[in-house]
Design a protein around this ligand. Structure first.
Ligand SMILES: [Zn+2]
Length: 682
């Protein structure tokens, strides 16, 4: 063959190869789109997204390709490999290439006082409590379109105080006007020598009139907000914004009025059947001297919160006295410990905002899949040991599996750090035009236009999450952290996370934090991948899900106090968010005092964020709500909706909205109240 013909042949082969590559890749591309458009294999990745809807299908179809694009073109190859290899998971990968960030605590005080701009118009400052609550819903919605995760209010009771006052003033003026009218009519009566109706005078109590009207307005405004947040679909109409509201510490009469209304509407439920509302996630902020004990000014509201929790699962409880929020300002509720419903929290800002929560959020997370790392450490150990036995190598194996794991984990934590910095800088490189609402109105604090959006993003957190501590410990030492031995190693692991994040924070001047990941979908997908590689291992991969973060496995039989005792030994290592839950039976409704003991116990054990799971089954025909077996005891219907908590948030019927892993997890959840003697009849 001549050189020229050889070249032609070679070129042709290369061409064919390239065509095949393109065809194959477009094949995957087409397949991805088809699967998602036809809702084949609906994985229910996010319990609050309707993957069957038009908006859901559009989102899912484009997500599939945006994920592939991100892995191939937006990061170094090794990072994509860590993700694909089930070692370090990159969250919300479909948003990577877009470059938006995760979540935000909205600075409502500022936005309600100053008004804000949208693409179509500008909005004037709120002048009444009803307008203020409407604007809260609007702001939640608008901000959620500028990011991919949740939105929260850090102290909604304090935020609303000026607007309660404005409403009261209006109603008072109306009252005064009414008195003037009465005075006029009395004057007319005297002039015309007619008798005077004495009842007119007694109705002239302006203060009580204004109070009544304000209370009514607050109640209606709160009701409207609950309805808005459960109906205003966002993100192409396929999901509600993930909204959370923190409250409970304001002892002013105006703030108390707000807290009371928030709780009463929560207890009442929404819609014609008085359903438990999914959003907003209510979070009651417990604070010593404010609402914890009999005699505290807001103790009555704490009791009301417990009543709501027993019936509606919300509110959850945030611990304002948590040691991890040290350095907060008692006179500034914007610095009180607050959280996103899921658990993500703003820790101390190294770039000048300290414990300020408002206008800050998580920028991006990654999660280290601990059981994979444990298996890799084990494989390495076996490999070296085998070589020694055959005498083919002279390496002396004198490092224990645990030490080997710790070294390997340290390496992964460093890699996770590099992956976070890579994405953080990518997010910082986006044009402010991509999120005009956010940058024009300063919903993320600290933005200096001349310096670019990094000036604000640097106040957010970038966090290293973890999944499956319990299974990881089983692989390493054959027991989890419910034993003394397991707990010792658990602490060693968490200490490593904590130390490294603290070092990175100083070195890079970015808010690295330890994160006990929600892993709503990951608990299932990571386990599926793990099994494909390692098969079923007893106590490790027999289920369809990995245990959440550092939680005690859901099936472990213990009392709620024991569960708190164990998890509270680890919550202090996390600065970027964690949650502890306990499972109770529906008898708790008649046992508010015991519930109070439990919440106080968790707070005293320095748990930052605590939630209580109570079965919440509702008959869709008559609205009866309790723990329901197969048929409604009131009307006999079998149309039952079963609400359960996923990450911190609630969701619709868990048997249809949760992925298979989470469904199994729910079914395996042990009811901790079973271990309490006399719980039901106390
Ligand atoms: Zn019924």
């Amino acid at each position: 063959m001549s050189t020229r013909r050889k070249d032609v042949a070679k070129a042709y082969i290369t061409y064919r190869q390239e065509r095949t590559k393109i065809r194959e890749s477009s094949g995957t591309y087409v397949k991805n789109i088809e699967n998602k458009l036809n809702v084949e294999n609906n994985e229910m990745q996010n319990a609050n997204v309707d993957e069957e809807s038009f908006g859901g299908r559009m989102g899912e179809a484009s997500d599939a390709n945006l994920k592939a694009y991100a892995l191939n073109y937006c990061m170094p190859k090794w990072m994509a490999e860590k993700h694909l290899n089930n070692e370090i998971y990159i969250h919300d990968l479909s948003h990577y290439a877009l470059g938006d960030h995760n979540c935000l605590t909205i600075p409502f005080d500022k936005l309600l006082a100053n008004g804000f701009n949208t693409r179509q118009t500008d909005v004037r400052p709120a002048n009444s409590v009803s307008t203020a609550f409407q604007l809260v819903a609007v702001l939640f919605q608008l901000q959620s379109l500028n990011q991919f995760g949740g939105v929260s209010a850090s102290h909604l009771d304090w935020t609303m105080v000026p607007y309660v006052r404005k409403s009261f003033y209006k109603h008072y003026c109306d009252g005064v006007k009414y008195i003037c009218d009465v005075a006029d009519s009395v004057y007319d009566h005297i002039n015309n020598n007619l008798p005077i109706d004495s009842e007119e005078y007694t109705r002239c109590d302006t203060y009580n009139y204004a109070m009544d009207m304000t209370t009514r307005e607050v109640y209606q405004a709160v009701e409207a907000m609950y309805h808005n947040l459960n109906t205003l679909q966002s993100r192409s109409g396929n999901q509600l914004p993930f909204t959370s509201i923190n409250y409970g510490t304001c002892t002013l009469p105006e703030g108390r009025m707000i807290i009371k209304a928030l709780l009463e509407v929560s207890i009442e439920g929404i819609g014609s059947l008085h359903r438990t509302s999914i959003f907003p996630c209510g979070i009651f902020q417990c604070m010593k001297g404010v609402n914890r004990e009999l005699g505290d000014p807001n103790y009555d509201l704490f009791k009301l919160a417990l009543e709501s929790t027993a019936k509606r699962l919300y509110p959850n409880y945030a611990n304002v006295d948590w040691s991890g929020n040290a350095g907060y300002d008692k006179n500034d509720p914007r610095t009180y410990f607050s959280t996103m419903g899921c658990r993500t929290a703003n820790g101390y800002d190294i770039n000048g905002f300290g414990q300020l929560k408002d206008g800050r959020g998580n920028i991006c997370p990654v999660t280290i899949i601990l059981p994979t790392i444990a298996m890799e450490a084990k494989d390495m150990a076996n490999h070296v040991a085998a070589k020694n036995k055959n005498g083919t190598t002279l390496i002396e194996w004198n490092i224990s599996l645990v030490d080997n794991f710790i070294n390997l984990l340290d390496e992964k934590i460093h890699q996770a750090k590099d992956m976070l910095i890579e994405r953080f800088e990518y997010i910082c490189s986006q044009s402010p035009a991509s999120a005009k609402f956010m940058w024009e109105n300063g919903t993320m604090e600290g933005y200096i236009p001349e310096e670019g959006i990094r000036s604000a993003l640097k106040h957010g957190t970038i966090v290293i999450g973890q999944l499956g501590l319990a299974e990881c410990l089983q692989i390493l030492i054959g027991t989890d952290h419910t034993t003394k031995e397991g707990m010792e190693l658990a602490k060693r692991i968490e200490q490593l996370f904590k130390d490294r994040c603290a070092e990175f924070k100083q070195e890079y001047k970015l808010n690295f934090g330890v994160y006990y990941t929600p892993a709503e979908n990951l608990c299932y997908t990571a386990m599926t991948k793990f099994k494909e590689k390692y098969g079923e291992i007893p106590n490790v991969s027999e289920n369809k899900f990995f245990t959440n973060s550092m939680h005690v496995p859901v099936w472990k039989e213990m009392s709620p106090f024991e569960k708190i005792d164990i998890e509270s030994q680890l919550t202090g290592y996390s600065s970027a968010g964690c949650i502890t839950y306990v499972e109770l039976d529906s008898g708790v409704k008649n046992n508010i005092d015991s519930l109070e003991v439990l919440v106080n116990y968790a707070m005293d054990k320095d748990i930052p964020y605590f939630a209580i799971n109570v079965p919440n089954d509702m008959c869709m025909d008559c609205g009866y709500t309790d723990e329901i077996n197969d048929t409604c005891p009131q009307c006999g219907s079998t149309n039952i909706q079963r609400l359960r908590r996923v990450t911190g948030y609630l969701t619709g019927n868990y048997t249809t909205a949760f992925n298979l892993g989470k469904q199994e997890e729910v079914e395996k959840r042990f009811q901790h109240s079973k271990m309490l003697r006399g719980w039901k009849n106390d």
